[in-house]
Design a protein around this ligand. Structure first.
Ligand SMILES: Cc1ncc(COP(=O)(O)O)c(C=O)c1O
Length: 384
């Protein structure tokens, strides 16, 4: 029987690709920061179209450090969405700040400019920052979000952990807001073989603050000049590996895009796909997510599982419903976020996925979706 995992990193982590990175790092005997990290920072900044890049320990730290660099402090409010895996919420809570959740656009599932506008007019205290998350490889509506943020005088941080290489109106993810945050978790479009992250930016003073905050708040070695510092360095070996992989990123992104395009074509009559908010946007297809339109998700997952197809849910619990938050936050109602959390399903999509596996996922998913009908007519495909 064909067995297709939800994700495989095999094609992007071949020994041939990784070995030169190991060899260089071992030869240099430099295992923290150093030349490999500096070179990766320069290469990744150039790839994104940012002036600078600071390598950090992971994507969540990138968000926390970016917020700290912008002056977010305990007790401050930070606007974010609640459908992106709690990563931004983790970063906000780590500072002692509070998330002010805003709903997502029903089509794109990214930060809704209408909800943002509404929230900005109603929040008692002005939030200190807005995190715009680019989800599933597609960017949030940065023109509309920046217009609202600029008018309110609030800095925007982009969460680009699912959008390496994505562009909006020709401009790279992470270069719209004051700072852009990336994760190099192994399954990301550009993934390390462990944890890794980066903050990109073009404001020299702000980037310098990020650089100090990632290493104890040091200005010069052993001289702490910035409060709130961390030890969150991008590992040298991971940086060397990311340098080997970066030249292949566009090709791997194209592979993911081609698989998603096949699913879109083949399943168009059966389910909706989260849609791009802007025609001139270039997606990178991080995850192949469908909206089940009222079908019972467990039943669909079980039927696909029986056909050897791995699936996942990104994400099943919205941030404001997470148990740890129950007694902490003012209750909020986020209709589109809540609807999506019950309705999204992720299909296998990764570089190196065999043609017969794509075909198997497509044909089996089409039959399963045709067999399992939506429970409520009001949430059938196309309905909103
Ligand atoms: C949207 C988003 N933001 C942030 C993160 C956090 O990255 P990390 O796992 O490297 O901390 C991830 C992934 O894990 C993510 O998908």
């Amino acid at each position: 029987m064909i067995s297709v995992p939800i994700f495989s990193t095999r094609a992007v982590n071949t020994p041939e690709l990784l070995r030169p990175a190991f060899d260089r790092v071992v030869a240099s005997q430099r295992f923290a920061l150093g030349d490999e990290v500096e070179r990766f920072e320069a290469e990744f900044a150039a790839y994104c179209g940012a002036r600078d890049c600071v390598g950090v320990g992971n994507g969540t730290d990138a968000l926390e450090i970016a917020l700290r660099a912008l002056g977010v402090k305990a007790g401050d409010g930070v606007v974010t969405v609640a459908n992106a895996g709690y990563y931004a919420s983790t970063a906000i809570h780590a500072i002692g700040a509070a998330p002010a959740y805003v709903d997502v656009d029903p089509q794109s599932l990214t930060l809704s400019p209408a909800s943002l506008s509404d929230a900005l007019s109603k929040l008692e205290a002005r939030p200190k920052a807005i995190i715009a998350t680019h989800l599933y490889g597609r960017m949030a509506d940065m023109s509309a979000i920046l217009a609202l943020a600029d008018e309110a005088g609030i800095p925007v941080v982009e969460d680009c952990a699912q959008a390496h290489g994505a562009r909006f109106l020709g401009q790279g993810a992470g270069t719209f807001g004051r700072l852009g945050c990336y994760s190099f978790y192994p399954t990301k479009n550009l993934g390390a073989i462990g944890d890794g992250g980066a903050v990109v930016g073009s404001d020299a003073e702000l980037v310098a603050r990020v650089r100090r905050l990632r290493q104890y708040g040091w200005g010069d070695k052993y001289h702490v000049v910035e409060a709130g510092g961390r030890n969150s360095r991008l590992d040298t070996l991971q940086a060397a590996i990311l340098r080997e992989k970066l030249p292949h990123l566009d090709r791997w992104n194209a592979e993911r895009q081609a698989i998603l395009a096949r699913y879109r074509d083949g399943l168009a009559d059966l389910v909706r796909f989260p849609a791009t908010v802007e025609a001139k946007q270039a997606d990178v297809a991080h995850l192949a997510v469908i909206r089940l339109g009222g079908r019972e998700r467990n039943a669909v997952q079980a039927a696909l599982g029986a056909a050897g197809i791995g699936t996942d849910v990104h994400y099943p619990v919205p941030d404001h419903w997470q148990k740890a938050n129950r007694n902490y936050l003012t209750p909020v109602l986020l209709g589109e976020t809540e609807r999506a959390s019950g309705d999204v399903l992720t299909l296998p999509c990764f570089p190196g996925m065999a043609e017969e596996d794509v075909e198997h996922v497509l044909s089996r998913t089409a039959s399963v979706l045709a067999e399992i009908q939506p429970i409520a007519a009001t949430t059938s495909p196309g309905a909103r």
